[in-house]
Write a protein that binds this ligand. Sequence first.
Ligand SMILES: Nc1ncnc2c1ncn2[C@@H]1O[C@H](COP(=O)(O)OP(=O)(O)OP(=O)(O)O)[C@@H](O)[C@H]1O
Length: 304
Amino acid sequence: MSQVVIVGSINADLAVDVERHPLPGETLHGSDVVYSPGGKGANQAVAAASLGANVTMVGAVGNDANAEVALERLAASAVDRSRIRRTDAPTGLAIVVVDERGENTIIVAPGANALMDAAMVEEAADVVREADVVVMQAEIPVSGIERAAELVAGRLVFNLAPVTEVPREVLRRADPLVVNEHEGRLALRMLTGRDAADSTDEAIVDGLVAAGCRSVVMTLGSRGSIVHDGSGGAAAIPSAKVDVVDSTGAGDAFVGALVKGLAEGATLVDAARYASRVGAFACTRKGAQTSYPTTADPLPELPA
Ligand SMILES: Nc1ncnc2c1ncn2[C@@H]1O[C@H](COP(=O)(O)OP(=O)(O)OP(=O)(O)O)[C@@H](O)[C@H]1O
């Protein structure tokens, strides 16, 4: 079976509900604290592995209680954790505060994820080189992303999230580059120096391919996604209609499923259609990793 290696962030998420967000200097009471596993790298690893992909996670956590939270679902979904480094830094922590209207504020303390520089990625050079598909996001230092991209001999899937300045070579090497609307505009500016604020989503995707990206997927939330496989033109993929409970982590579910499809040899368009169904499924349950389907779950259909 194809080997997927994910080089990225691993966090514990700490969520508290409040009636309203506090003002500077103010103290408010919140609900009970809920801990759950997170981090874009770990989310995508859990999504792909839950759907049957063979996944190895390369990342770093601390030697603390939050590491157990952060690693819980990676273990449950049989992700290979032998290349996750235990460090003296604290495990990455995202503090999520949600008010009664559902508006959230998030503070991310990267902790051990900030140690994932070129030198630490080098320690996993063998698995990155041997992988059929390598997947990265932008929650680890740019030097680590750059070094891993240099080591890739198979296919590189790069999700430019959250928006971060990365070397052009990484964007051009990605096959596909996965972005949302905002990230796509920034990527085009990084590649061309052109401000694409007024361009349509299709024009951004076309522009990224014209600027040298091998292929591009742009996710558009409830509007689905746009896929350009680098030849021909862009294709629109619809979203599945679902009753949305919580869209947290839908983007990571989409990327994990996309990677699973690509690892099995699907075309980019077919993998994106599958990912669209998985992303929609993830919106029907609360949380990120807790909302991801397994192969036993029936996925919503896309409109004809
Ligand atoms: N409301 C929705 N209904 C159906 N499908 C959805 C919905 N929201 C997201 N999806 C699916 O998930 C994919 C990814 O969502 P989105 O574009 O919001 O990612 P994102 O911007 O990376 O978000 P996030 O980081 O908040 O998860 C979409 O392309 C779509 O297929």
